[in-house]
Design a protein around this ligand. Structure first.
Ligand code: IMP
Ligand code: MG
Length: 206
């Protein structure tokens, strides 16, 4: 199952006149393994909400969770409405300590069963802030589902996610929607981003 993971590859930031930084992308999860887990999550979420009489409102936190959201909703066998919130908490590779929410939902959250999706759950500040805001606006329920749950000491986690696809060590990861300064989101798998000053960078092969 793990044999088809591509070998680590070097990637150079594409700016002219700036040969550094050069990163090593170490593969963690292939697109096939992600698809398997997303299908399992879709089934569990379907079972959880199948007796509800109102459609499930899936709210993805942009930009990072868009790939996860479009794959996951197609594995949920229920009526689903889709919406999105543009939020930012990370600046370069660290949390800024505050979450900037940049838009409102298309429909009022009042009375809705909301499933909030994010790409990665680190301290939980992003999920907790948006979950609290939706509940304050009258949502009937707000459950959370993330692609990745980063291992941290429990005292550093502000909340928990109701579902996650994979738990990972506290490394910086990219791909399948996750970025480093807006790059790498379109990699089909998930990779750990490691600094690499070991030599000549090579082109990444998709
Ligand atoms: P939290 O608010 O501390 O839970 O951080 C979650 C947010 O930080 C996510 O929505 C991501 O945008 C960003 N983030 C945290 N860790 C990573 C990472 O390893 N790669 C890319 N983005 C990350
Ligand atoms: Mg984010």
């Amino acid at each position: 199952m793990w044999t088809d993971i591509p070998r680590p590859q070097r990637w150079q930031e594409p700016q002219k006149n700036n040969p550094l930084p050069c990163f090593m992308l170490v593969p963690l999860f292939t697109s096939e393994i992600i698809a398997e887990r997303v299908a399992v999550l879709g089934k569990e979420i379907t079972e959880t909400y199948q007796s509800e009489s109102v459609p499930l409102t899936v709210v993805s936190i942009l930009t990072g969770s868009i790939f996860f959201a479009v794959d996951l909703v197609r594995q949920i066998r229920l009526h689903v409405k889709m919406d999105a919130i543009l939020a930012q908490s990370y600046v370069h590779h660290a949390s800024s300590g505050e979450v900037l929410i940049k838009n409102k939902l298309k429909e009022s959250p009042a009375g809705a069963n909301i499933l909030l999706l994010d790409d990665i759950f680190d301290t939980g500040l992003t999920l907790k802030t948006i979950q609290s805001s939706l509940l304050e606006q009258g949502a009937a329920s707000v459950k959370t589902c993330v692609l990745l749950d980063k291992e941290l000491p429990p005292e550093k986690k502000m909340t928990h996610a109701d579902w996650f696809a994979f738990r990972i060590p506290p490394k910086y990861v990219v791909g399948y929607g996750l970025d480093s300064d807006e790059l790498y989101r379109n990699l089909p798998g998930i990779y750990e981003l490691q600094d690499d000053d070991s030599g000549k960078p090579e082109d990444f092969v998709f």
